[in-house]
Ligand binder design. Sequence first.
Ligand SMILES: Cc1ncc(COP(=O)(O)O)c(C=O)c1O
Length: 416
Amino acid sequence: MAVKPLATFTPFAPPLIDEREIEAVASALQSGWLTRGPRCELFEAEIAEYLGAAGALAVSSCTAALHLAHLTLNLGPGQGVITSPLTFVSTAHAIVYCGARPFLVDIDPTTGNLDPNLVRKFLTEECRLGGSGQPIHKETSLTITAISPVHYGGWPADLEAFWRLAQEFNLALVEDAAHALGTTYNHQLIGNPSLRPNDAPPGLVCFSFYATKNLATGEGGLLVASDPELLERARILSAYGISDARKIWGRYAPQGTWVYDVAELGHKYNFTDIQAALGLAQLEKLPQFLADRRERAQIWLETLAPLGDLVILPKDTPETAWHLFPLRLNLLRLKANRDQIFQSLRDLNIGASVMFIPLHAHSYYRQILGYPWGALPLAENFFAEEISLPISPAVSLSQIEAAATATKALLAELAL
Ligand SMILES: Cc1ncc(COP(=O)(O)O)c(C=O)c1O
């Protein structure tokens, strides 16, 4: 390879942490209260205000938020949820945790998001309408109760189309917004209640604060809901099923009480004040983080544009939060496949990733769902062509410039 490796490794998605976060966490540690407490309440209030939502529930992960979202909708055996194959397993795991079945429908390759037209086709051709007005899958006789679109890489799913389907077929919407803190749709942030039409079925939105995410607390997630009762139910289910979940941290206060009741089987999904301290510090910087991601995306876009049809660049729109920079390779025009190019990037000292191995490629989902390879060709092709490149604000502009220049030279060298 003629292209010279970078002098130092460019990591794929490091978090950006400075003194502000370190001081905030130290102060939480010194406060005498480590687990869910006042900092969590403050974080929930501030992030709800940022999103324009009436309330929010911070939990241990987006996986937990997705599970709680489906639980509050009473998802269970005999039911199914439509989702995208191009996602992390959490989206589907949350459905399976409830004893229900994920139904995979293919994507729109221009964004990587679940295609609402293909969802409509599935609902009208592979389902019949049941007595409840909800679709029943003809082959399995399972009732479809929800759609769970994923805002892949930060690009907003087509919410207008999904809400139309939700209203027409009486389906709830559980948005996987793990990548979409800061994403907008129709000029509103994902998670803002105005994106749901009045009188529509319930909607819940789940965010992730995992270490690589737009806002990072190490581990963490957030749930917002169309209905305060759903959020309250999720709060109880996130805290063992204790009927007044707020009492958990209040019980050691001077006026606290040791009395509590467990009204149903809940989980241990709470956020902690240490995570909330980190989250509050990160939230202050979120607008800058989003601007930094956009600036890094522009460098990649401008540097790789001269490669023409050797690659398909991600769609440049002001709506995306640029959680990922998913580059697609035109394999018909290149001498190497995705895995070989991935290895060459590693050899050049450029950290990258592949987002995602489609759900139905995992052995567990092959076993329980049985979709053959070829059943979801758009997601499968996307996977075969995709490499996610570094875009984190913690990677300096000069590192991104060097990585982009080396990537361009590598791909130009591999042109057929
Ligand atoms: C699309 C998507 N959904 C859900 C998750 C799960 O998030 P968490 O790690 O916070 O559980 C991830 C994590 O990377 C993700 O990428």
